[in-house]
Design a protein around this ligand. Structure first.
Ligand code: XMP
Length: 326
């Protein structure tokens, strides 16, 4: 039987009871496969790698070593949440690597989107490889591969998984959720006790905020993306839009416009808000955000985020625009 093919008889995991049955079966399989050996996992804090981490912590405890690489392009509060949930609450063996300076130095002055992606992906593999070499006796590499990744090989996830490791670090793979669809991964994550902020989160690209700080990334503009994104997420959550809108975020482009702040002329960046709905990310429609909420968000971003004097809303469906700006 092809282990990468979902059997037709496999029931869709839609309830906590079905999720628990899946978890029990996986724990048994993982314990059999791993025995008393060690497993390594690149834990981004996204839904898939978090669910794999939670399963492995339950199955083999401290034999799992999680490596969380902070590339400096994560959303506000994300690295802290990974450390809190996995190290403090689940008592995981977690290596936290703050590689912000390394990534931002490499990206300095690089304008071309694909070049930026290549640098982020390549550097991620190098940092992960360095950490893997510091550890001894690892036999397995766990990955948060899910069924759509197998169905659409060459998909976006290939950008940020660790498939590019050198020959001598080609561990045996452990992929416990590879036959699950995203909605099933979320049901399993909930049954494993992961917080909703982790399980129900919107998709977030591997290159992170790097594709939302257009052109050459600078630290000040990156900070403006991070802070404006945090405000947008907070307001969407407060106003019942979290979980209703498929993906929403802010972009800070690399151009400035004139404005007035505290009676003086300002020459600063705009923030662009993007909020879209889609089924498969191949096409997308724009969310209709209530005008008053929009005004409130504009007010908050222009007064709270440094370097911003204007807020724009991107009304473009996909096509012709892509969801991300780069
Ligand atoms: P686009 O911009 O192509 O995005 O309409 C479709 C979906 O894919 C996500 N995306 C990425 N995810 N690495 C990822 O892991 C990437 O390089 C990447 N680029 C886009 C995007 O956020 C959206 O959900």
């Amino acid at each position: 039987m092809d282990s990468n093919k979902r059997p037709e008889s496999m029931e869709r995991i839609t309830t906590p009871v079905l999720a628990q049955a899946f978890i029990d079966e996986q724990l048994k399989t993982l314990r059999e496969q791993i025995g008393d050996r060690k497993v390594l996992l690149a834990l981004s804090g996204g839904v898939d790698s978090s669910v794999v981490a939670a399963l492995l912590i339950k199955a083999v405890g401290k034999q799992l070593v999680c490596v969380h690489v902070n590339h400096g392009l994560l959303r506000k509060g994300e690295p802290e949440q990974v450390v809190q949930v996995f190290r403090d609450e689940m008592d995981a063996n977690l290596v936290y690597v703050d590689a912000t300076d390394r990534f931002l130095d490499k990206l300095a002055g690089v304008e071309e989107p694909e070049e930026k992606r290549k640098i982020i992906g390549g550097e991620f593999i190098r940092v992960f490889e360095e950490e893997a070499r510091k550890l001894s006796g690892i036999d397995f590499l766990a990955q948060g591969t899910i069924y759509p990744d197998i169905l659409e090989s060459g998909n976006v996830k290939a950008h940020h998984n660790v498939g590019g490791l050198p020959e001598d670090l080609q561990f045996e793979l452990v992929e416990p959720i590879k036959l699950l669809f995203k909605d099933e991964v979320r049901v399993v994550g909930r049954a494993l006790g992961l917080p909703s902020g982790m399980v129900d989160r919107q998709p977030f690209p591997g290159p992170g905020l790097g594709v939302r700080c257009t052109g050459a990334i600078t630290r000040d503009r990156l900070e403006a993306v991070r802070e404006s994104d945090a405000i947008l997420r907070e307001e969407f959550a407060k106003n019942g839009l979290e979980g209703k809108v498929w993906q929403y975020f802010t972009v800070v482009p690399d151009f400035k416009s004139t404005g007035i702040k505290e009676g003086k002329r300002s020459f600063e960046w705009p923030v662009i808000i993007r909020a879209v709905n889609t089924v498969d990310a191949m096409t997308a429609t724009v969310e209709n955000i209530p005008f008053e909420l929009m005004q409130h968000i504009v007010e908050r971003i222009t007064s709270e985020v440094k370097g911003i004097n204007r807020v724009l809303y991107d009304f473009t469906p996909k096509p012709t625009g892509t969801i991300e700006w780069e």
